[in-house]
Write a protein that binds this ligand. Sequence first.
Ligand code: NAG
Ligand code: NAG
Ligand code: NAG
Length: 383
Amino acid sequence: MLLNRTSSGPAIALTFSLACYHCARPQNPRDSSGSKSWAGSNLYFLHGLPLSDQTNYVETLAAWGVKVLRLWVTQTSAGCVKGSTDVQAVPPLEAIGFIGTYNTSVLASLDNTLKILSDNGIKAIISPHDAGSINGSNGCDAYCAKYHNSDTFYSSTDAKTNYDNRLKQILTYQSPNFGRPWASLSDVILAFDIQNEPMIGSTDMLENNDPNDWICGRAGVMKNILGNSNIKVATGGIGGSEYCCNHEWNMLNKALYCDAIDIMSVHGYMSKATDWAYFINGSASVLNQANSAGKHVMVEEWGVSTSYQDDFNVQVSVFNDNGMPWLYWQVIPGLDQTQSGAPSSCGYDGFEIGLASSKGDIADAAAAANAATANQSWIGYVP
Ligand SMILES: *[C@@H]1O[C@H](CO)[C@@H](O)[C@H](O)[C@H]1NC(C)=O
Ligand SMILES: *[C@@H]1O[C@H](CO)[C@@H](O)[C@H](O)[C@H]1NC(C)=O
Ligand SMILES: *[C@@H]1O[C@H](CO)[C@@H](O)[C@H](O)[C@H]1NC(C)=O
């Protein structure tokens, strides 16, 4: 997801009359071992909020039955971000020109957020880096400044070493709140993503099934560090959002058959619920693909803009009807743009749902997720 996108999302050209290349008949093999589905939200700047705001947000979501929040290891700037007027500045883990020199302020901030999650029975998915900051589409960070271009980043041995060191720094960070390294905090961390939306700017590499084995290689590094920890490795949404029929890389073969990867992350922004059904339980069913490869799968990002044909409540029923866990992009602590009094110049992307907004009933949707039989067993991974 682009952080400051103001348009109503990707153009979607969807048709069901196209020849189908994944046409194994959907079998929808529900896991009947008693595992339930679950629901959550992204909030990439949560750690940049004052602790009282964080606590209020997390307590509200927990009371609604939300089980997971997705956090990012990212810098934040002071000011107004998506309805929150009091975001504080947090410096990047690696400053421009200083790859390999870590300012752990961001990890300390995130650790305080983890404590609040833990106190409320919510688990975190942590994204260690955003591919959108490599080629400038979400800003230009230290990797962008050094490698300039996405293809160079994903093919350079030097860049792989830099990135592996970053992963190691994050996964072995000694938690001040828990007194253990993050890699051992499976009671509060569900998964680490490999990256947010790996290779979103490297379409050729995706079309060639990751010829440099960047994705599986990084997952292997993570698994080595995690050892026998119960924390999962998730893909982070390979290639960015899915949209039919020529932008479908979330289930990339190299990742689907990579032993070090546990969870396939699906990202998408669809106008119509039937567009989601195509990916969830229709011709391109990610559930069937994941099940046949022995992987977990979750909808890690999805959002609904007011211009979309089907609203939040209609779209979320596709996930809940099919036992698919989901994380909304994003339930926000402040006001969304459909609420009166929403601040101006606040970097909205149009997908936000405020806690008291009528745009979508998060409590109802989370309750439906918690009641739905999952397609895979998440027992032991979500509270
Ligand atoms: C890390 O960032 C914090 C907050 O901006 C700053 O106070 C501190 O000096 C930085 N530490 C280093 C080692 O640069
Ligand atoms: C960066 O990646 C985006 C995909 O998010 C792509 O649309 C854009 O063309 C890329 N820009 C460059 C300069 O490679
Ligand atoms: C997929 O799920 C949707 C939402 O519950 C349902 O309406 C549709 O009939 C299902 N499609 C298939 C092919 O099972």
